[in-house]
Design a binder for this molecule. Structure first.
Ligand SMILES: Nc1nc2c(ncn2[C@@H]2O[C@H](COP(=O)(O)OP(=O)(O)OP(=O)(O)O)[C@@H](O)[C@H]2O)c(=O)[nH]1
Ligand SMILES: [Mg+2]
Ligand SMILES: [Zn+2]
Length: 292
């Protein structure tokens, strides 16, 4: 029998099995010995030991297709980066870092701007314009609405991890996609007062057969740029690709060099100035990063 681990707490794993529903499992000793640990997202072999109470044990882990370490989760196929148009205002430096980090892990990305019910047309247009060539599929919505067909389409048949800062509406979105999730949501000021995010551990929620979505408190900003170097930062900006090779200098960092085709494209309006300024800021951050 096979299933998908949707949650792991204190040595117990909760495995979603098509035929029976959730089975509570204890990983058997062999995993400890092999230094191999079942993870949320893993597809596993299991045996049911107590059919009445749906208790079983995991006997094997199927090969992983992908692996994320913070949060620790297996087989994520794509991410949905969630930011709000306002309340909280989007921190675009952080947003770009999420896109870069996910691309660096070879994870396909959607970018969801939430709270469009309280957003001005100006900010909606600005964000659509800035991110249209960023490589991410863009969504604009209100997680409070039930009109989430585009998102359902995007996540169908996949494991999607939600990433984004506190208070943008990730748990609200999950609750609407999957009412059984019943995630705690909340006012950001109350959360800040408590010094905690509402979401505390990683868990997969089933939206449909083979379709799971994961909320995570995981990603923190300081580790987001990890092993990325200032000289390969430009590779994370698909907007620049058509202009690569057109600069006077080769290589060109597109920051200060004369006759730079990327800078010219920004002047002409073919590359978003918001994205380009973000690139300059991150480039500087990487340049100034302390070397160990
Ligand atoms: N106006 C408006 N408010 C929203 C929308 N989506 C969520 N909210 C509100 O924003 C607040 C934060 O939402 P959560 O879903 O808890 O945010 P979160 O991203 O899960 O936050 P953490 O768990 O702290 O990371 C709640 O008060 C929600 O009701 C939306 O589309 N429009
Ligand atoms: Mg949450
Ligand atoms: Zn250049």
């Amino acid at each position: 029998m096979q299933g998908r681990i949707v949650k792991g707490i204190a040595g117990f794993y909760y495995v979603d099995v098509k035929e029976t529903g959730i089975v509570e499992c204890h990983a058997v000793g062999k995993f400890r010995k092999d230094k191999e640990k079942p993870l949320v997202g893993d597809k596993v072999e299991l045996e049911i030991t107590d059919a009445k109470n749906l208790i079983g044990s995991i006997t094997g882990i199927l090969p992983r297709k992908s692996m994320l370490y913070r949060p620790e989760v297996a087989n994520v196929s794509q991410a949905l980066v969630v930011f709000a148009y306002s309340s909280p205002d989007p921190n675009l430096g952080l947003l770009d870092k999420f896109l870069i980090m996910l691309k660096n892990h070879n994870i396909e990305c959607g970018l969801c701007f939430n709270k469009n019910d309280i957003a001005s047309d100006k900010i909606k247009e600005e964000m659509a314009e800035a991110y249209k060539n960023s490589g991410a599929k863009i969504f604009s919505l209100s997680a409070l609405n039930n009109d989430l067909d585009q998102i359902r389409e995007f996540i169908k048949g996949k494991i999607t991890v939600l990433a984004g800062p506190s208070g943008v509406g990730k748990s609200t979105l999950i609750n609407n996609l999957c009412p059984e999730a019943n995630m705690e949501t909340g006012d950001i000021s109350k959360k800040l007062a408590r010094g905690k995010h509402t979401t505390r551990h990683s868990q997969l929620f089933k939206v449909d057969e083979d379709t799971y979505i994961m909320d995570t408190p995981g990603f923190t900003s300081f580790e987001l740029l990890g092993d990325i170097d200032k000289d390969n930062l430009k590779a994370f900006y698909p907007e620049f690709y058509p202009y690569e090779g057109g600069c006077r200098f080769d290589p060109c960092s597109h920051t200060h060099e004369p006759s730079c085709s990327v800078k010219e494209a920004v002047e002409e309006g073919s590359i978003s100035r918001i994205r380009y300024n973000g690139y300059l800021a991150l480039y500087k951050e990487l340049q100034d990063r302390r070397k160990y």
